[in-house]
Structure formats: structure tokens, C-alpha cells
Design a protein around this ligand. Sequence first.
Ligand SMILES: [Fe+2]
Length: 304
Amino acid sequence: MIQSLDYIGFSSPGFAEWLSFGPEVLGMQVASRGADGTVRLRVDDADHRLTIHPGDEHALEYLGWGVRTPEALAEVAGRVRDQGIAVHEGDRELAGERGVAGLAWFVDPFGNRHELSWGQHRHPGSFRPGRAMAGGGFVTGSQGLGHAVLVVPDLAEANAFFTGVLGFKLSDRIVDPPLNAQFYHVNGRHHSLAIAEVPGASGFQHLMVEVASLDDVGIAYDLCEERDVPVVLTLGRHTNDRTTSFYLYTPGGFHLEYGHGGVVVDDALWEPATYTSTKIWGHRGTKHRDVLPFAIFNQPKESA
Ligand SMILES: [Fe+2]
């Protein structure tokens, strides 16, 4: 059983910009760097959760899903193998780079690399935000890093994979043509994963991180204005997870939602709803949204 989105990795020609952008705008903490210059960022006491590798193009490299134990990892890996998908064991070197005790990885039918890991390295009492944060930091813990949104070519096929094979639970749907999206939880966070259908395409749309105070959303908004960081959706509030947030375009070529106040799902009582809009108010597209790429679209990945 997958417990949470524990980490995520991208590659980008803009990787080095994250050394200042991550801490000074987002409030993240720069962790140890990779030998090749890889920038690792922290949002809590976990060793690191967001990694930007050097690369010629913007790309999602991996989604890191946490499981509790090696036995749980083997169980999920077995279900993936039953689909005829190759699952690869990560060696000690890779586990060390990811800051986990052990991992295995596979490529989903849509070209995204997923890593299943356990035993994330944590250093209690060590997190220091990269800038002053009104609420002290990010909402993580059992809710993990945040949420990831993927573009998939076929919603029904992707739903079958993520629920039937990986065990994600449906939180709700938003159908607002042309948007057709489904949201999934694996812990109290309203969604750790969402998928949006774009026929003929697959890729990564946005990463969401949640901060402990609404003031930190506003402070980040001000900083984006001051530094000419492109805001793609203005401040607004979502219908489904009730997050108050805005969306910005990062130096990694992916969109990031920076928000506060998401609802917590109680699985015993939760009933998935269908919404006909993403927003209660706000979240208006800006001039940047019209010209910047909507997603990082996948190139075929090596799966052997
Ligand atoms: Fe989001």
C-alpha cells in the first residue's frame, strides 16, 4: 500500500536557479548537492524531497511514493509486475541518492517513472526555511510532500492503473470541459495524485506544496511579483480540496501550486463528488499562462 508522495525529481537546464529560487521564493531549504550539481531541496525534516537534476530539457524524472516496509514494497511491486510491467530494484547507491533505505522503480503505461521506497531518511529538528515563514513551514508529515498532477491520454485507462494496480482511492472528479480530471488520496491529504485527460498526450502538469499559513501564500505571491516569476493562475480557492493557492511557472519548466488550507480526508466518511468548476473564486489565467507550456510532455522512457 502506497502511503504518501515522499519525493519527486526533475531534470532541467534551469537546475542551478533553484539554489536561490527554492529558498528565497518558496521557503525551501537547500540540502546537500549531487556531484553533478544536482540541487536537492527540503521542506521539512526529511533529508530532501524535491530534486532538480541537470538536464538539456525540462523533464519529470521520477515520482517517489513511500510505503511502510520492504514487505509492502514487494507487495505493490508484485501487482505492477502482474500487469507485465518490469520492476527494477534500486541499488544502495540509488537509495542513498534518494535518501531512502530501499527502492524499486518502474515506468507506467503513460511513460512516467515511479519509485516505490521505504525508510526515508529524516533528521528531526533540522529544517530551516530558506526565508522567514509566518507559519513556520510546510504541511507534510503523514500527508507527504504535496500532490502531483499528470496529464494522461485516457482517463479510464489511467484510473484503472492508479486505483486497481497502485491502490489510489478516488477523492472526487472535476468535469469542466475541456477539463476532465480525477483526484486520488492515499492519506489524509485530499489528493496526492490527480490525472487530467488530454487525448494523445502524457506528461507532468504541476506539483503542489502546502504551507502552514495563508500569509506564506501571500508572501510568496508578493515575491513572485517582485522577482518577475511568472504567475500563471492568480490567487484563488479550489472547489474540491478547498485549498487557497496560486500557480507559478518554475525554473524547472513545470507549474507549481503554492497553497494553504486543504481539507483532510477521513476515509470512513468520504464520498467522492463531481464538481463542474475547479474554483470557487480566483485562479484566473494570466498573460503568462497563454504563452508558457501547459505541461512537461513525456518523451518515451527506457523501461528495460
Ligand atoms: Fe493542484
